[in-house]
Design a protein around this ligand. Structure first.
Ligand SMILES: [Zn+2]
Length: 288
C-alpha cells in the first residue's frame, strides 16, 4: 500500500496549515459564541486527542482510500468508471458523491450505538472552535477506514481526486468548526451552498433535535435533500455539548480516550431534565 503522497504532503498539508492559522487568528478577533472554558486548557485536551487521530488519518485512512480507488480503477470497477464518462464529469460527480457518502457516514455516527460512543468524544466538547475540528477519537478514524474505502471503490472515484477531496474536506471541517463570526448576510447566502460556522454550531447543541440535524461536511445540499437542515436557532441561545456531560473535569485526556468503553448516559442534564427549545421561525431560516 502506497504511503507517500508528495503533492498531498508538500502542497495540500501546508495549505491546510495556512488555512488553520488564518481561522485561528480570525476566530480570536471575531468571536461568534462566548467561551465557557479557558482556551489553553482546551487546546491541550483537543490537541492530545488529535495527536493520535491525525497519524491514523494520514498513515492509515488516506493510504487505504487511495489504494481502494487504485484497485477499483485497475479492475474497471465502480459506478463512475463503468459509465465511461468524460474525465471532467467523472471528477465533478466523484467530488459530489464523495461528499454525499460523508454526509451518510456522519448520520451513521449518530444513529449507530457503537459508532456514537466514539463520535460522542467529539460532541462533549463544552465549546466549539477550530481545535474541535481535529478532536476525533482515534477509534472513529479507524472505523471510517472500511466505510470510506468501500464507498470509494463502489463509486469508482479517480485516485488523485481522493487526495484532493481530502484536503478540501479537512479545510471545510476546520472552517465550519471555527468560532468565527462571519457577517450575518454573507453567512445567510453562503450556507445555501456550504456548511458554515453558525450552521454547524447548531449540530453541536445540547438539544437533541438540533444535534440530529446539519450532518453535511462541505456542501449543505445533502441536509436540504434529506430535510435534516435546521438553521432557525440564534447562536447566543445555543449551549454547546451533550447534556449528560456538563462537568469540565470529564474533559481530561484520559477520560476522553476511555469514554467509548464506558456506559453511555441518556440524553438529559444531570438533574434529569431534557433540554428543549421552542422554534420561532421556519427551520430553513438562518438566525444571527
Ligand atoms: Zn456529529
Amino acid at each position: 500500500m502506497r504511503i507517500l503522497f508528495p503533492k498531498f504532503d508538500k502542497i495540500g498539508m501546508p495549505l491546510l496549515g495556512v488555512a488553520a492559522a488564518a481561522f485561528f487568528l480570525l476566530e480570536t478577533k471575531r468571536q461568534l459564541r462566548s467561551r465557557t472554558r479557558p482556551r489553553p486548557e482546551r487546546l491541550l485536551e483537543n490537541g492530545s486527542v488529535a495527536a493520535t487521530a491525525l497519524p491514523a488519518l494520514r498513515l492509515l485512512l488516506v493510504p487505504a482510500m487511495f489504494a481502494a480507488a487504485r484497485l477499483a480503477n485497475k479492475h474497471r470497477f465502480g459506478l463512475l468508471k463503468r459509465l465511461g464518462l468524460p474525465q471532467w464529469v467523472r471528477y465533478t460527480a466523484g467530488f459530489l458523491l464523495l461528499d454525499y457518502t460523508n454526509y451518510l457516514w456522519h448520520v451513521l455516527l449518530h444513529k449507530s450505538d457503537i459508532l456514537w460512543r466514539f463520535h460522542n468524544v467529539h460532541h462533549i466538547d463544552l465549546d466549539l472552535d477550530l481545535s474541535t475540528a481535529w478532536r476525533f477519537h482515534v477509534g472513529e478514524n479507524i472505523a471510517s477506514v472500511p466505510y470510506r474505502s468501500v464507498a470509494i471503490a463502489l463509486l469508482g472515484v479517480p485516485a488523485p481526486l481522493v487526495l484532493f477531496y481530502e484536503v478540501i474536506f479537512e479545510g471545510c471541517t476546520a472552517f465550519h468548526h471555527s468560532n468565527l463570526r462571519l457577517p450575518y448576510q454573507v453567512e445567510r447566502q453562503l450556507c445555501k451552498v456550504m456548511v458554515t460556522p453558525r450552521m454547524h454550531g447548531i449540530h453541536h447543541s445540547i438539544v437533541a433535535r438540533e444535534t440530529n440535524s446539519n450532518f453535511s461536511v462541505i456542501f449543505s445540499w445533502w441536509d436540504r435533500l434529506h430535510q435534516s437542515l435546521r438553521l432557525n436557532v440564534p447562536q447566543d441561545e445555543i449551549t454547546i455539548g451533550v447534556p449528560a456531560y456538563r462537568d469540565p473535569k470529564e474533559q481530561s485526556v484520559k477520560h476522553l480516550f476511555l469514554m467509548p468503553f464506558e456506559r453511555q448516559r441518556p440524553w438529559h442534564l444531570p438533574d434529569g431534565t431534557v433540554p428543549e427549545r421552542v422554534a420561532h421561525s421556519p427551520q430553513e431560516e438562518l438566525l444571527p
